[in-house]
Design a protein around this ligand. Structure first.
Ligand code: DMJ
Length: 581
C-alpha cells in the first residue's frame, strides 16, 4: 500500500545531502555552553595528552595493586561512577549510516513483537508472549507506532498495521481505561497517523475514541476523572489518592482534543480540554508551580507536593505547546509557561557538587518546605522544552536575529545544561544506561560523585526524555555533540537491552553488568525513543519544529490557526497573577 507524505517530509536521500551541507554559523562547538564540559580535554587547565597518559598508567598500576591486595574487603561504595568524558567517538559511521542502524533496531523490535504478540497491548519479550489490557486489545503498541512506521518509511510493516486497525481495532469495550494514557498514546497516535498519511481510517477511529473519552470530563469541576469506561463513557475517579487525578494527566490531553476539534469542526473536545487549564489556573498556585494532584469534584489541589517528574511533568510541556499549536495566538499559555519557568528557577533549580550539574529538584511539602535533590528521568524532557520555549522552534541563529531577550538566552542555556545532566545520568553508570531516578549531591563535601542511585530506582524502561531533549537541542543549536551523545546512548541500548531473539527489553539494574532484563517492552520504545533517535540523525527539514508540535508521546501534530472555528474561551484575571520575583 502507499500513503501520501505530508509536505514537510522530504525525500530522505535528498534531505541527508542537504543537512550535511549546512554550516551552523555561530554555533561551532556550542560556544554558548561551558567548554570544559563539552570537551574535557580541551580545557586550558588540563595537562598535555602524553603526560596524562603516563600518569594514567601509573595510577592504573597503583589501583590494580591495591584492588588485588585488598580484594576480599572491597565493596562497591557507590552505585554511580564519577563523571566521565563521553566515550570516544568512532568515526566512520555517517549520520545516514547511524540513522539506518536505528531504523534496523526499530525493525528488529517490531518483527519480534509481530512474531510473538501481534495485536496485543503488552509485549513480554522474555517469554515471547503478550497480554491485552482490554478484551481483544486496544492497539496499545500498534497504534502508538503507526507514525514511526510512516516516518521511517516502513511500508510493508505499515500495511499490516493499517490492516489490523481497519479490521480488528474497536474501542467499544466495557472497560475502564486511563484517560491520559489513552489520549496521548491512542488518540495522539491516530491523529498523528492521519496527519502524516491523510488516511481517513485513522481520523474515523480517532473521532470514535474521542467521543468515548469526553465522558471523563463530566465531573463537577471539569477536571477529568482518572479513568473512563469506553462503552458507557462514564468517568471513574482514581481508586487511590483520595480520588484525585494526577495534575499532569489532567493537563496533558489538550493538544490531542483541540486538534480533534480542528479536524472535525466539533467544539466539544476543545471546550472540555480548555476548561481543565482554566480550572487549575483558577487555583492561583504560587509561582506557577502546581501540586501534583487535583480533585475532579472541587477542582482544588490535593496536598502541596511539587515536582516536574511523575504526575507533574507534562503540565509544563503542554503550556508551551498549546501556545505553539495554535500559531502563537493564545498568549495566556505563554504567560503561564513563563511564570512557571521563573518559578522553576527560583524554587527548584539547583547545581550539584562537585561538577555543578544543573538539576530540577522536588518540593515534597510545597514551596517553603524542605527540598529533595531527587530527579526522575521523566524530568529530562525539560532540556528540550526550555530550548523550544526560547526559540519557539526556530534555530537559535534564526531566533537570535530578531527580538532575542536575555531571558531567552538564559532558557536556551539552561536547556543545554539540563540536557547535559541527563546525558550524564547515562554516561556515569556501568552500562551507559540511565536509571529511573537519581539523587544529586548538594553537599559541600569531598564526594566525588554528582549523583547516586538507590537500588529500587536502578531500572531502565527505555524511556525517551533524554533523547527527546538531545533531538530538540540538536535541531535548535546545530551542535553535533548532541548527536554524538545520542549515538552513545543508542549503543548502550543496543548492547544491553537487545535480546538474542531480536526483541528489546527493559532492564532492572543499570549498575550491573550485564543488567538483568525485565519481561517488558514499553510501547514508547517504538513511539518515542527510537523515533526521536531516528529524527536526531535525520534532515532538519523532516518535521520542522517551526511547523509541528510533538505531543508528549512524540506524535507530531501540525500547528494550525484557530480562526474562524475556535477561540480561546477564557482569560486570566491578571490582577490575581502571583509574582515570582
Ligand atoms: C510516555 O508515555 C510519555 O512521554 C509521558 O509524557 C511520560 N511517560 C512516558 C515515557 O517515559
Amino acid at each position: 500500500m502507499s500513503f501520501q507524505l505530508p509536505r514537510n517530509i522530504p525525500n530522505f536521500s535528498d534531505g541527508i545531502r542537504k543537512v550535511e551541507n549546512i554550516t551552523w554559523q555561530g554555533f561551532k562547538g556550542g560556544s554558548d555552553l561551558p567548554l570544559y564540559k563539552d570537551k574535557p580535554w580541551a580545557s586550558p587547565l588540563r595537562r598535555p595528552r602524553f603526560y596524562r597518559r603516563k600518569r594514567s598508567y601509573l595510577i592504573l598500576l597503583l589501583l590494580t595493586s591495591i584492588v588485588l591486595f585488598f580484594r576480599p574487603w572491597v565493596t562497591i561504595a557507590s552505585r554511580a561512577r564519577r563523571l566521565q568524558p563521553p566515550q570516544k567517538v568512532v568515526y566512520g559511521d555517517s549520520w545516514e549510516d547511524r540513522r539506518e542502524q536505528i531504523r534496523q533496531s526499530f525493525v528488529s523490535s517490531w518483527d519480534a513483537y509481530s512474531r510473538d504478540a501481534w495485536g496485543m497491548d503488552e509485549y513480554h519479550p522474555l517469554t515471547s508472549s503478550g497480554r491485552n489490557m482490554v478484551q481483544d486489545g486496544m492497539g496499545w503498541i500498534i497504534v502508538d507506532a503507526l507514525d514511526t512506521l510512516m516516518i521511517m518509511n516502513l511500508t510493508t510493516q505499515l500495511e499490516a498495521a493499517r490492516e489490523w486497525v481497519d479490521t480488528k481495532l474497536s474501542y467499544d469495550k466495557d472497560h475502564n481505561v486511563n484517560v491520559f494514557e489513552t489520549t496521548i498514546r491512542m488518540l495522539g497516535g491516530l491523529l498523528s497517523a492521519h496527519y502524516l498519511s491523510k488516511d481517513d481510517l485513522y481520523l474515523e477511529k480517532a473521532t470514535d475514541l474521542g467521543n468515548r473519552l469526553v465522558g471523563a470530563y463530566d465531573s463537577a469541576s471539569g477536571i477529568p476523572y482518572a479513568s473512563v469506561n469506553l462503552q458507557t463513557g462514564q468517568g471513574e475517579p482514581s481508586h487511590v489518592d483520595g480520588g484525585a487525578s494526577s495534575t499532569s494527566e489532567a493537563t496533558t490531553v489538550q493538544l490531542e482534543m483541540k486538534y480533534l476539534s480542528k479536524l472535525t469542526g466539533e467544539a466539544i473536545y476543545w471546550k472540555k480540554a480548555e476548561k481543565v487549564i482554566q480550572v487549575v489556573e483558577g487555583n492561583k498556585a504560587e509561582a506557577g508551580l502546581l501540586p501534583i494532584f487535583v480533585h475532579p469534584t472541587t477542582g482544588a489541589f490535593r496536598g502541596s507536593e511539587i515536582r516536574l517528574g511523575s504526575r507533574g511533568d507534562s503540565y509544563y510541556e503542554y503550556l508551551l505547546k498549546q501556545y505553539l499549536q495554535t500559531n502563537k495566538k493564545e498568549i495566556v499559555y505563554k504567560d503561564m509557561y513563563a511564570e512557571a519557568m521563573l518559578g522553576v528557577r527560583k524554587h527548584l533549580l539547583k547545581y550539584s557538587n562537585p561538577n555543578k550539574l544543573a538539576f530540577i529538584a522536588e518540593l515534597p511539602q510545597g514551596i517553603g518546605g524542605p527540598l529533595s535533590p531527587k530527579m526522575d528521568h521523566l524530568v529530562c524532557f525539560m532540556g528540550g522544552n526550555l530550548a523550544l520555549g526560547a526559540t519557539e522552534g526556530k534555530t537559535a541563529v534564526q531566533a537570535k536575529s530578531r527580538g532575542w531577550t536575555g531571558q531567552m538566552e538564559m532558557d536556551l542555556l539552561l536547556g543545554g545544561q539540563i540536557t547535559e545532566s541527563c546525558f550524564q545520568m547515562y554516561n556515569t553508570t556501568a552500562t551507559g544506561l540511565a536509571p529511573e531516578i537519581v539523587y544529586f549531591n548538594m553537599e559541600q563535601d569531598d564526594a566525588t560523585e554528582d549523583m547516586s542511585i538507590n537500588e529500587r530506582d536502578a531500572h531502565n524502561l527505555q524511556r525517551p526524555e533524554t533523547i527527546e531533549s538531545l533531538f530538540v537541542m540538536w535541531r535548535i543549536t546545530g551542535d553535533p555533540k548532541y548527536r554524538e551523545w545520542g549515538w552513545q546512548i543508542f549503543q548502550a541500548f543496543e548492547k544491553w537491552t537487545k535480546l538474542e531473539s531480536g526483541a528489546y527489553a527493559s532492564v532492572s539494574d543499570v549498575t550491573r553488568i550485564p543488567p538483568p532484563p525485565r519481561n517488558n517492552m514499553e510501547s514508547f520504545w517504538l513511539a518515542e525513543t527510537l523515533k526521536y533517535l531516528y529524527l536526531l540523525f535525520s534532515p532538519i527539514d523532516l518535521l520542522p519544529l517551526t511547523d509541528v508540535v510533538f505531543n508528549t508521546e512524540a506524535h507530531p501534530l501540525p500547528r494550525f490557526d484557530m480562526e474562524p472555528l475556535f477561540q480561546t474561551g477564557w482569560a486570566r484575571k491578571t490582577d490575581d497573577v502571583k509574582s515570582t520575583t
